[in-house]
Design a binder for this molecule. Structure first.
Ligand code: KG4
Ligand code: ZN
Length: 338
């Protein structure tokens, strides 16, 4: 059989990414991060799309060079159709369309959320692949979902956030503490030095497998405001304990729902994905469930957890095998049917 080379493009938010895969193996995985948003405390859509337009050609060039592949060797082009920021998605979609027309090769539209889940099927030494069915916990700056994954393209959302995503809870907490965007990784770092039980925050009461994080954010805001009024140095003096306590609360919320999902479905394989799955506390807590409850957990390689194009490429590869191509009339979708 002929070797399959997929060029994948991801531009749904603030990272411009390109990857080249040979079958299920990643030959290159390049990400241009946009630091421009840091000073604004969040992603500015207008600036993101401009940066994508600037970065996309060099990022794809580097991905091809690193993979040691020429454009002419490519079998197909996969791109993120959505969900995401419209202006950002348009850049990747338009570029993918044009390149597929120029090279006369098929075009494959990929759902970003499917990609976070199917990233586990990248062939990577030392990383097991889950077997169907499994539960996926997708936690990012835009999403918080528990998904029952029956097959590559047969998935159902069984729980999701009713307001903020878990990444937003991290990032907004960080903002309250005066940390730069995105604050999730910084909270993770400070939490390592702190006492997770120092400040007991209350968890939201949400039915079933759904989540809510906006109440926690407000609770933290009032808590910090009250304490800073009494002691202007409160944040500086207690940063590690605050971060550890917030992170601990978030992990407890997530674990409670996963336990419920396991109880309801009888599925004991849990795969995490999305930027927040980089969190060391979440990773450690999930690993501990293997001995504690007999679950099998799947934690992807770090570079495949935050937004990247390799995960778009692995979905592209499986769609390629099933002739799931799209035509040049395809459009970006800010929101997309799961
Ligand atoms: O998947 P991703 O790169 O982009 C989206 O699709 O949203 O996720 C980004 C999110 C941000 O909210 C960021 O703060 C969070 O992932 N994040 C973390 C960590 N690393 C990234 N949150 C907590 N702990 C981390 N180590
Ligand atoms: Zn993402």
């Amino acid at each position: 059989p002929k070797e399959v080379f997929i060029l994948a493009i991801e531009s749904s938010c603030d990272d411009t990414a390109a990857a080249v895969l040979r079958g299920e193996k990643v030959l290159s995985n390049v990400v241009a991060r946009q630091s421009i948003h840091e000073e604004y405390g969040g992603v500015v859509p207008e600036l993101a799309s401009r940066a994508h337009q600037q970065n996309i050609v060099p990022v794809i060039d580097v991905a091809l060079k690193k993979a040691n592949i020429t454009k002419e060797q490519l079998s197909a082009i996969a791109f993120t159709q959505g969900p995401g920021l419209m202006g950002s998605l348009l850049v990747g979609t338009s570029f993918a369309k044009s390149l597929s027309m120029a090279l006369r090769i098929p075009l494959i539209a990929v759902n970003h959320m499917h990609a976070h889940i199917l990233a586990h099927f990248i062939d990577e030494e030392g990383y097991d692949k889950p077997t169907f069915p499994f539960l996926a916990l997708t936690i990012s700056g835009g999403h918080t979902q528990i998904v029952k994954v029956n097959d590559f393209f047969d998935m159902e959302i069984i729980g999701e956030t009713t307001d903020d995503a878990v990444g937003e809870a991290f990032d907004k907490t960080a903002k309250i503490l005066g940390l730069p965007y995105p604050g999730g990784p910084l909270i993770d770092q400070f939490a390592k030095e702190g006492n997770p039980k120092k400040y007991p925050f209350t968890k939201p009461k949400v039915e079933g497998l759904d989540f809510s994080f906006s109440g926690l954010k407000t609770q933290i805001l009032y808590f910090v405001q009250k304490n800073v009024a009494a002691n202007p140095n409160f944040i500086e003096e207690n940063k590690a304990d605050i971060c550890a306590s917030v992170q601990h609360t978030i992990i407890e919320i997530l674990m409670e729902k996963i336990k419920l999902a396991v109880a309801e479905t009888g599925i004991r394989q849990i795969a995490i994905g999305g930027g927040v799955s980089a969190n060391s506390g979440i990773r450690q807590t999930l690993k501990e469930t293997e001995n504690k409850y007999g679950w099998k957990t799947f934690i992807p390689k770090f570079e495949y957890t935050t937004d990247n194009a390799a995960m778009i490429g692995i979905v592209g590869y499986h769609k390629f095998l099933h002739d799931q191509f799209t035509n040049a009339g395809v459009v970006s979708k800010a929101r997309i049917e799961f």
